[in-house]
Design a protein around this ligand. Structure first.
Ligand SMILES: [Zn+2]
Length: 224
């Protein structure tokens, strides 16, 4: 999970929020989604909201950390993740918060669907917890594991957003390999950099041994 800085609410939330809240309260218990449907879009997720969400996240889902896209139809066909608005307190149980800016969180459609309308106790809000990335880490298998002392705090989030489902683990492993390859290339390019020295020395030793073996083999071949 990653911390994201909440930006100012779009105009609509600042000037019409009371109106929307009243609307939503009126329909409590009815089909909430159709009541907040506005010109073909959800009133809480129009272009103005999406634009702010993009600035807040730079297209990275704060829950699963994967890259998101803003186009719906074309990208969705390709299986890409789209930016959606997650209600921290689900609209099903808290219709009065459906248009509350602080209750909205940008996240990818998959995280949003996985969680569905489940109420999460002790929700770890990525817009409020600055060191949220320290609550867990990715182990060598690609699984998200709670950091020591944070087990109870992050468990609900891992379980509710299914952060250790097979697909996500595979995504993370691919990402990790990409990073390792990048890192290796970077070290080779910056051979004299401080942190690369130890790594490259080991690597160079290995190379020397290999070359020596080849040389010896060549000499032995000559003698024979
Ligand atoms: Zn996500």
């Amino acid at each position: 999970m990653i911390f994201i800085k909440r930006k100012k609410a779009p105009q609509k939330f600042r000037y019409n929020s009371k109106k929307y809240k009243m609307e939503v309260k009126k329909y409590k218990g009815n089909d909430i989604k159709t009541d907040v449907y506005d010109n073909g879009h959800y009133a809480y997720f129009d272009k103005s909201v999406k634009d702010v969400f993009i600035k807040m996240t730079n297209y990275r889902c704060p829950i699963c950390c994967r890259k998101m896209y803003d186009s719906c139809i074309k990208d969705n066909e390709n299986g890409f993740l789209i930016i959606t608005a997650e209600h921290i307190k689900p609209e099903k149980y808290y219709p009065e918060l459906i248009m509350s800016w602080k209750n909205l969180l940008p996240c990818c459609n998959e995280c949003n669907n996985k969680r569905d309308s489940k109420i999460i106790n002790n929700y770890l809000n990525p817009t409020l917890i600055r060191n949220i990335n320290e609550y867990s880490y990715c182990n060598y298998k690609g699984e998200i594991v709670p950091s020591v002392g944070k087990e109870l705090l992050i468990k609900n989030m891992i379980d509710s957003y299914l952060l250790n489902d097979r697909k996500l683990i595979i995504n993370r492993m691919c990402f990790k390999n990409e990073v390792m390859n990048d890192y290796f290339n970077l070290l080779v390019a910056l051979e004299d950099g401080d942190e690369s020295i130890v790594f490259l020395d080991i690597y160079r030793d290995e190379l020397k041994k290999k070359r020596l073996k080849e040389k010896l083999k060549w000499k032995v071949d000559l003698l024979e």
